[in-house]
Design a protein around this ligand. Sequence first.
Ligand SMILES: Nc1ncnc2c1ncn2[C@@H]1O[C@H](COP(=O)(O)OS(=O)(=O)O)[C@@H](OP(=O)(O)O)[C@H]1O
Ligand SMILES: Nc1ncnc2c1ncn2[C@@H]1O[C@H](COP(=O)(O)OP(=O)(O)O)[C@@H](O)[C@H]1O
Length: 208
Amino acid sequence: MSTVGNSTNIFWHECPVGKADRQKLLNQQGCVVWITGLSGSGKSTLACSLGRELHSRGNLSYVLDGDNLRHGLNKNLGFSPEDRTENIRRVGEVSKLFADAGLICIASLISPYRKDRNACRALLPDANFVEVFLNMPLELCEARDPKGLYKLARAGKIKGFTGIDDPYEPPLNCEIEIQQKDGVCPTPNEMAGKVVSYLEGKGFLHAH
Ligand SMILES: Nc1ncnc2c1ncn2[C@@H]1O[C@H](COP(=O)(O)OS(=O)(=O)O)[C@@H](OP(=O)(O)O)[C@H]1O
Ligand SMILES: Nc1ncnc2c1ncn2[C@@H]1O[C@H](COP(=O)(O)OP(=O)(O)O)[C@@H](O)[C@H]1O
């Protein structure tokens, strides 16, 4: 019996079917691919491309996209520092559950604060958290501006927009960094290929 946070007198109930059993069934290792970067850097594009590639290889994955989760699980949260932290905390916990289910969980959120991403990492065995930094220049993201949000932020109509008047803290030790090469961004397929190669190399795409 123990106390966790505000929960008192709680127990942990162990089930007979565990992570190892599910991984065997799925023939893969559960993990979290955490994609971070500015709005417009290509997070959702990479998440979808990676999801498609894994699906075609027979691997089960699930995409947790920041924008989409704010339509449900996180719809009571805004973009204050406290709300962003709570947003990332919740998605970190959900990602942990998906990884425990044996899936390749693909989380794509701006997740601008290093300490929040590191807290998500700390929920899992370190090797099972694969941080992917979409390191695209602000100028490129702003030029893309598919939702017109940078324009609104520059006009002062959105306050606290990441990269404009709100901080983004780049990772110091991520597993994968995706950058432009000679001023050219890799294609979505190339970006996904880089992540698949990493997962393959680490043995996540097969049962051990
Ligand atoms: N103030 C502000 N700053 C940044 N982004 C904003 C803001 N207001 C709305 N949006 C839209 O919300 C999307 C980011 O949501 P996230 O949950 O990923 O953000 S965070 O991780 O909590 O910072 C983000 O989507 P992406 O472009 O997919 O990143 C924006 O469309
Ligand atoms: N690798 C890429 N090459 C060219 N365009 C891209 C690439 N990745 C994303 N885009 C485009 O950039 C815009 C922003 O991508 P998106 O995935 O929505 O970013 P985010 O989820 O980080 O906001 C979209 O219009 C998308 O088509």
